[in-house]
Write a protein that binds this ligand. Structure first.
Ligand SMILES: C[S@@+](CC[C@H](N)C(=O)[O-])C[C@H]1O[C@@H](n2cnc3c(N)ncnc32)[C@H](O)[C@@H]1O
Length: 212
């Protein structure tokens, strides 16, 4: 993708404005979310078993998931649209690499990565715009590379825009998001749905996929 659509600058500005509060809000990371930790651990095990190679967290925000992946033994870096988020991530985790950029146009060679995590970042891509993002994920992943997506699920069977507190966002039926990724060259390995915890609104979806 070469152009820079207006929704990207709007998302970056929106996250810049709340970055400090957001980082504070998610500071506990995955401490109280054993099922989330389990699927991230499964991703890390699969990537490690396939050999060493860099992993990117795309839409890393303040970097807490990037750091969690590092703690699981992965060679990981983060990319985010929001320069303020990246400043916060660099300050919190000075041993890790964080870059400003869009996950739709990555400054990476074909097949350079062993794994990609998108933890609640593709939620901000307008649904009709999502296929080129998945194509970009496929381009930078080596064949057999691993992809982990986390998102808000839409139980009703159709994709829904919702009033996310920071930027426009979309909930996906898990089958529809899996089908879109499959069309881009990913095979599903597993999925996890979990019910919302206290103070969460929607069921959470997770897809673990492998590039062909
Ligand atoms: C809900 S936050 C999640 C942050 C982080 N993954 C976490 O769980 O703490 C979504 C993040 O995705 C980033 N984002 C949205 N669209 C993006 C894009 N096209 N490229 C890179 N980052 C993007 C936003 O700037 C924001 O930091």
């Amino acid at each position: 993708m070469t152009e820079s659509p207006s929704y990207l600058s709007a998302t970056a500005e929106a996250y810049d404005a709340v970055a400090v509060r957001y980082a504070d809000f998610v500071r506990d990371g995955l401490d109280h979310l054993p099922l989330d930790r389990a699927i991230v651990a499964a991703f890390a095990d699969f990537v490690s078993a396939a050999g060493v190679g860099p992993v990117a967290e795309l839409g890393c925000g303040p970097g807490r998931i990037t750091a969690h992946l590092r703690d699981l033994g992965l060679d990981v870096f983060g990319v985010d649209l929001s320069p303020v988020m990246i400043d916060i991530a660099r300050e919190a985790y000075p041993d890790l690499r964080f870059e400003v950029g869009s996950m739709g146009a990555l400054d990476l060679a074909d097949g350079e990565l062993s794994g990609i995590v998108s933890w609640y970042s593709v939620i901000h891509i307008p649904p009709q715009e999502l296929p080129p993002y998945f194509a970009e994920f496929r381009r930078v992943l080596a064949p057999g590379g691993w992809l982990l997506l986390a998102f808000f699920e839409s139980e009703g069977g159709s994709m829904l825009a919702f009033d996310h507190k920071v930027a426009p966002a979309y909930r996906w039926p898990i089958d529809d998001l899996a089908a879109l990724a499959r069309e881009a060259g990913f095979d599903e390995v597993g999925r996890m749905l979990r019910e919302p915890c206290e103070e969460e609104r929607y069921r959470r979806g997770h897809l673990l996929m492998r590039s062909r």
